[in-house]
Design a protein around this ligand. Sequence first.
Ligand SMILES: *[C@@H]1O[C@H](CO)[C@@H](O)[C@H](O)[C@H]1NC(C)=O
Ligand SMILES: *[C@@H]1O[C@H](CO)[C@@H](O)[C@H](O)[C@H]1NC(C)=O
Ligand SMILES: *[C@@H]1O[C@H](CO)[C@@H](O)[C@H](O)[C@H]1NC(C)=O
Ligand SMILES: *[C@@H]1O[C@H](CO)[C@@H](O)[C@H](O)[C@H]1NC(C)=O
Ligand SMILES: *[C@@H]1O[C@H](CO)[C@@H](O)[C@H](O)[C@H]1NC(C)=O
Ligand SMILES: CC(=O)N[C@H]1CO[C@H](CO)[C@@H](O)[C@@H]1O
Ligand SMILES: [Mn+2]
Length: 667
Amino acid sequence: MGLPFQKLKKLWLLYLFLLFFAFFMFAISINLYVASIQNTDPQQSHPKPAPKRRSLWPRKNIVAHYIGKGDIFGNMTADDYNINQFKPIENEGADGRPVVVPPRDRFRMQRFFRLNSFNLLASDRIPLNRTLKDYRTPECRDRKYTKNLPNTSVIIVFHNEAWSVLLRTITSVINRSPKHLLKEIILVDDASDRTYLKRQLESYIKVLAVPTRLYRMKERSGLVPARLMGAQHARGDVLTFLDAHCECSRGWLEPLLARIRESRQVVICPVIDIISDDNFSYTKTFENHWGAFNWQLSFRWFSSERKRSTTESSVKDLTAPIATPGMAGGLFAIDRKYFYEMGSYDSEMRVWGGENVEMSFRIWQCGGRIEISPCSHVGHVFRSSTPYTFPGGMSEVLTNNLARAASVWMDDWQYFVMLYTSGLTLGAKDKINVTERVALREKLKCKPFSWYLEHIWPEHFFPAPDRFFGKIIWLDGETECAQAYSRHMKNLPGRALSREWSRAFDEIDNKAAEFTSLIDLERDKCLRPLRDDVPRSSLQPVTVGDCTSHAQTMDMFVITPKGQIMTNDNVCLTYRPPKQGVIKLLKNRNATTSNIMLTQCASEPSQFWSYDMDTQQISHRDTKLCLTLKSATNTRSQKVEKVVLSMQCDFKDITQKWGLIPLPWRL
Ligand SMILES: *[C@@H]1O[C@H](CO)[C@@H](O)[C@H](O)[C@H]1NC(C)=O
Ligand SMILES: *[C@@H]1O[C@H](CO)[C@@H](O)[C@H](O)[C@H]1NC(C)=O
Ligand SMILES: *[C@@H]1O[C@H](CO)[C@@H](O)[C@H](O)[C@H]1NC(C)=O
Ligand SMILES: *[C@@H]1O[C@H](CO)[C@@H](O)[C@H](O)[C@H]1NC(C)=O
Ligand SMILES: *[C@@H]1O[C@H](CO)[C@@H](O)[C@H](O)[C@H]1NC(C)=O
Ligand SMILES: CC(=O)N[C@H]1CO[C@H](CO)[C@@H](O)[C@@H]1O
Ligand SMILES: [Mn+2]
């Protein structure tokens, strides 16, 4: 009797184990699937700043992949969209801790993720008044503010935002702002259709401790028209704009208002901390980061050292804000009257995107400042895709908005972004009418874009009249372009040539059109990153390969008169002492590892180069080693690849000869 029973029990255990295993695999495959469908759209924007203590570059974020109906989770029903499942559990997410959704809810969790592109079930477990830590530095905590600060209206625009996320934003504003400074909260509904955002929201806000009013757009209009409507109804001295998926942390408001009190021409942003879209944990980010734009005018964070603004207090004040050439756009405070004096927003900008570019250029060029206060911390839920519809089409809308910003504010540089941004063309100018914004620029007597680049963003990586812009080709001596280039350089009068880059730029300028027209995209070989599928900002080796057409900028470089070789996204050609590279030479001639990398520009000696017009060699200024093309084995993949590294210069060596082929960037 006992024996068969034992056997049966074992079988049962085996059966249970198999069942469990199958379920486990299913869960993993769903995870993978979700990850794959959410990361297919190349349009990226709204990147996260780097978390505290992670010195590397923030990951790229991808925005606007609207997942259509009918995927593996079945279609969402009207009920799915409209029920409010907010059920707070005491202490969930307290102190900004992550939320773990219990295994039995995992499937629902996946299913509901796509409603908002964040983990709705996690958010729905966290109380509206969850505690956060105090993320300020001791200096910021100790800083005393006068009682006599201007008051503010907080303006929050939302579209189909989740109940718990929207109300946690509002609750954090109310609980963490001094009462006498918070005049009112203004909500603007950009034509949401979720039912809980109708009557239920209206009655909820009636009983709040701070006057809260709700306005609704008649039809989906986008961020700019909705914020303009909110601003129009605001009565506070200062307008503070927040996204609808934020949490304000302790002491967030005073530093913003204090800075505006010092100077009403400052547009001041908080440090934007990261609320995980996956588990709603709150992560503090770097305090001394700043922002600007890449060649496609996408906003990017940078963390190289910048001088702090001088405030009323001392120069070395660690609570002083940092000037930033660009703003992310979601979260900032501005004096209400100043907002209008400066032309508020470009009301022709639709849906979302580009308005932060326009505002950044306008504020700086017309006499204002944009700064980030290290003492003000606000968390923001960064998502990897937008869950919402994009009326008018994502790329059409962005093209329109960016073309408007560029053609009003960027002078000569507008052609550069139109030529080298896919989707944008010079023809984009014909579809827009910016008469009013140009008139505003004249009325405010705004400075030119060249002034902005020189004075506000001297670290910039855009072309300029005193810089080279174009491709760096390998002069293998065979192509027409390479031959014409070498001939020209060899026949220059007075061959005891200076090694000034500006001399080279002049010589190249003389023949620019000819060189450029001779380039053969298939036969000429261009200097470029080894791989095109990794984020530009990550450390990567350099190679030569087929030159690319216009819309792809990966083989385009800007060279400054001082010899920095820069490319898009603030990436610079950098000499890295051996050992740090990942590539081993096949035929070794001294160097055994690749010592040339593309990495973040930092204006360090490792990033300055010289050019010898006589020998067409590019050499690292300090070590005097020459850029050389070699075959090497990748130590990770064991594949033989062509890499560029720096080796002892040898003027006879054909693998060390480089030509600068200019590309047009202005009319
Ligand atoms: C999902 O919706 C689409 C169209 O809206 C429909 O064709 C399809 O049959 C639906 N699938 C399920 C599983 O309900
Ligand atoms: C949050 O609010 C609830 C009542 O709504 C209260 O009982 C609780 O103590 C509050 N928690 C904190 C951390 O203030
Ligand atoms: C605050 O708001 C009111 C408007 O209701 C205004 O009259 C007042 O001057 C504002 N500023 C200060 C510093 O109180
Ligand atoms: C929560 O999410 C963050 C960022 O997405 C991640 O770093 C962290 O490990 C997660 N925590 C847990 C407990 O899953
Ligand atoms: C552009 O807009 C202005 C008014 O904003 C109008 O006077 C002008 O006629 C428009 N131009 C064109 C070409 O439509
Ligand atoms: C810089 C350096 O180490 N140069 C050496 C390269 O290798 C040759 C011999 O192959 C030496 O003579 C150089 O001194
Ligand atoms: Mn946002």
